[in-house]
Design a protein around this ligand. Structure first.
Ligand code: V47
Length: 377
């Protein structure tokens, strides 16, 4: 078996890692760096695929969801972002009243939509009362919908403008209808990188502390990493290890989403958009290092249809959803689209040789609706 394995790796540094993967042993930081810097993309991918199939067999998950961005006004001015409008120029952006937000959410929604993904800018006038009213109004109008809202960065900011603790804020928004939290705002935890791409916002340690608190309330969250800008391979690995350590403690993360940096219209527009090799290698790296996070999502909006599909053989078991009206990536030159019909998602998954499984936000399988409205987006 051992000599057979040797012929499968161009990069011989992968051999001891392969032994650990086959034995189900945890990988070290050094292993992570070897995977992140290996030139043997197929070798790294094959190892990740072994883990992916051990955990999820042939299944690829997707959901029927809709994005809602209550405001794009933001006090943070992160260099990585093309979406935000500064508070001083708030008139050039949008900030929905509760009624407007519900009306906009109602476009393209029917009972096949199981999740609302709600994130937005850090608006100094939107405090806990706004979000409570928003979630309550959405739950009243769409009682079946799971509300996945507010990143750790938003929770941190809303708690401070509302002059309350994260604990109190979480209790209040959960009571009003928040069911889980998305994974954004993590970027790269290393302070060196954060100073360049997103200074003035919640730092890495604080992001992890807020996530810990959310998990302690029994609320699941996702986690992310933004790559393909100024970060080093070792900083990617350290980011993943920090997530893995918190997950050992709380088991509150359900899914990790690597996010491929889109430079257009940002202050970092001089950085070239990364190619498919870094995308696939980062997905594989995540699957191998994050041995305690159940799902790895190849978010088709950021990766494009083609890489998201191939990623199903490089460690990913999820492709995200129908989405409808995505604005964050779109503002930064994302060319994949703002939404995708169910039929197209299922086609891409089947063409990849995987079995599509429609899921809810908590990864429970759902019956595929006979004719989802979003099939015709
Ligand atoms: O935190 C912002 C990223 C994130 C750019 O939890 C950019 O299921 C690339 O977190 N190029 C928000 N990325 C998106 C996000 C997400 C998406 C889908 C599903 C889930 C989930 C979470 O988008 C931000 C930031 O890391 N982002 N600007 C950009 N120019």
């Amino acid at each position: 078996m051992a000599h057979h394995a040797e012929t499968m790796f161009e990069d011989r540094n992968l051999l001891p890692i392969a032994d650990k993967v086959h034995a189900g042993e945890r990988l070290t930081r050094k292993d992570g760096i070897a995977l992140a810097t290996s030139t043997d993309l197929l070798g790294v991918g094959r190892l990740a695929n072994t883990v992916r199939e051990r955990l999820h067999g042939n299944e690829t998950y997707y959901n029927i969801n809709r994005h809602l961005n209550p405001t794009n006004v933001c006090v943070a001015s992160c260099a990585l972002c093309a979406y935000a409008v500064p508070y001083a120029r708030a008139g050039e952006g949008w900030t929905y009243s509760i009624e407007e937000a519900v009306r906009i959410a109602a476009r393209d929604i029917d009972e096949s939509v199981s999740e609302l993904h709600i994130v937005g800018g850090l608006h100094p006038k939107l405090d806990v009362a706004y979000y409570e009213a928003l979630f309550a109004a959405l739950k009243k109008r769409f009682p079946w919908i799971h509300i996945k809202a507010l990143t750790m960065v938003e929770l941190d900011f809303i708690a401070s403008v509302s002059r309350m603790s994260i604990d109190e804020l979480i209790q209040r928004v959960a009571k009003a209808g928040l069911d889980s939290c998305p994974g954004g705002g993590a970027e790269i935890f290393a302070p060196r990188v954060r100073d360049i791409i997103c200074d003035h916002k919640t730092d890495g340690q604080r992001w992890l502390d807020v996530a810990r608190t959310v998990h302690q309330h029994g609320i699941k969250t996702n986690c992310t990493m933004l790559y393909g800008h100024v970060e080093r391979p070792s900083e990617r690995v350290d980011h993943l290890i920090a997530l893995r350590e918190l997950q050992d403690e709380t088991h509150g993360f359900q899914c990790f989403i690597p996010l491929s940096f889109h430079p257009a219209n940002t202050k970092l527009a001089h950085i070239p958009r990364c190619g498919g090799v870094l995308d696939l290698q980062t997905i594989a790296l995540a699957r191998l290092v994050l041995d305690n996070i159940p799902h790895i999502k190849a978010y088709w909006i950021m990766l494009g249809e083609k890489i998201a599909q191939v990623a199903q053989h490089f460690g990913a078991d999820d492709i995200d959803g129908t989405v409808i009206d995505e604005r964050v990536t779109y503002a930064a030159g994302g060319a994949a689209g703002k939404g995708m019909p169910v039929n197209r998602i299922e086609f891409l998954i089947r063409e990849a040789g995987r079995t599509p499984v429609l899921r809810d936000t908590l990864y429970r399988p759902l019956e595929r609706p006979a004719a989802p409205a979003s099939a015709t987006v």
